[in-house]
Design a protein around this ligand. Sequence first.
Ligand SMILES: N[C@@H](CCC(=O)N[C@@H](CS)C(=O)NCC(=O)O)C(=O)O
Length: 343
Amino acid sequence: MRFKGYLGGFLKSAIAGTLLTSLALSNVAQAGPTLDKITQRGSIKVGVGTTPGFFAPDSSGKWQGLFADYGRALSIAVFGTPDKAEFTNSSPQQRLPALQSGEFDILLSGVTVTITRALKLGFHFGPTVFYDGQGILVRKDLGVTTAAELDGATIGAQSGTTGELNVADFFRKTGKKFTPVTIEDTGQFIAALESGRVDAITQDSSDLVGKRTQLKKPDEYIILPERLSKEPLAPAVAGGDDRWLEIVNWTVNATIQAEEWGITSQNVDEFLKSEDPAIQRFLGVDPALGEAIGLDPKWAYNIIKTVGNYGEIFDRNLKPLGWDRGYNRLWTDGGLLYSPPFR
Ligand SMILES: N[C@@H](CCC(=O)N[C@@H](CS)C(=O)NCC(=O)O)C(=O)O
């Protein structure tokens, strides 16, 4: 009897398990609204900024940079080819509303993850692809070497950025005074510094390092040593589409996990012969994960083969500008990059 009871229970849970599996599979088979829109349109609309190393058109008009490469990685995940990401620049002020209204499918523009954006504005964020902090860029002839010496200064921030609040917080906290000038347009923001309309400008240090190289006389300016804030920069998507969010999440995770395993664009084909079941799942030798995410089982293989792992993406775009990996090293190297498991 006990055995029968046990068997009955086993059968019941097996049936329930099958039901759950088929429910889960039917969920997987449904494309999310964003993915539907993207596949019907045949391209992914990506909002970007204009900072060398992160997102900037090259001389032939092709967008290059760390974030641009994540746009390409997504295009590979969805379409199997890197060239279906359509990059459009819009100001920090306009791009979040444009994402909300569906003008963009994703922002890869250095958006900082904040609780206000998540809970009050309803955006969702993928994994951080660049850990940054806010800096201050000043003309050398101002004679200051630390932010604390900027008491009484006129400081420019771009409207719609986290920089506006951060700089106000910094001066309030330190009991110093400053005059804020908010400017929407990037060209005018830079011009305000060059013309002397403001004494300093404040933005993500990633932005300042890149934009400093575009000043007429870069050597006449310095970035002060302080970082006023934490700026984890991540892909942003509109709320309410879990499936699209998961595709974004696992696309970024794939580049981080590949680096952890030492899988690069150069050696990925050798890893196809790996005996490690996790690597087999990752590269689609075992198709189970591709089926679960509803993409080509080779989606991660294709990403690594074409754009490379995180380290390759970083080195290609940011090493030439002198960037050190810093916090953006793998957790195994003392950094903050950590992919959840591929299983
Ligand atoms: N991370 C900040 C700032 C975002 C931001 O302004 N990013 C820079 C690039 S890192 C930008 O778009 N600048 C204007 C441009 O490049 O045109 C935020 O989320 O508010």
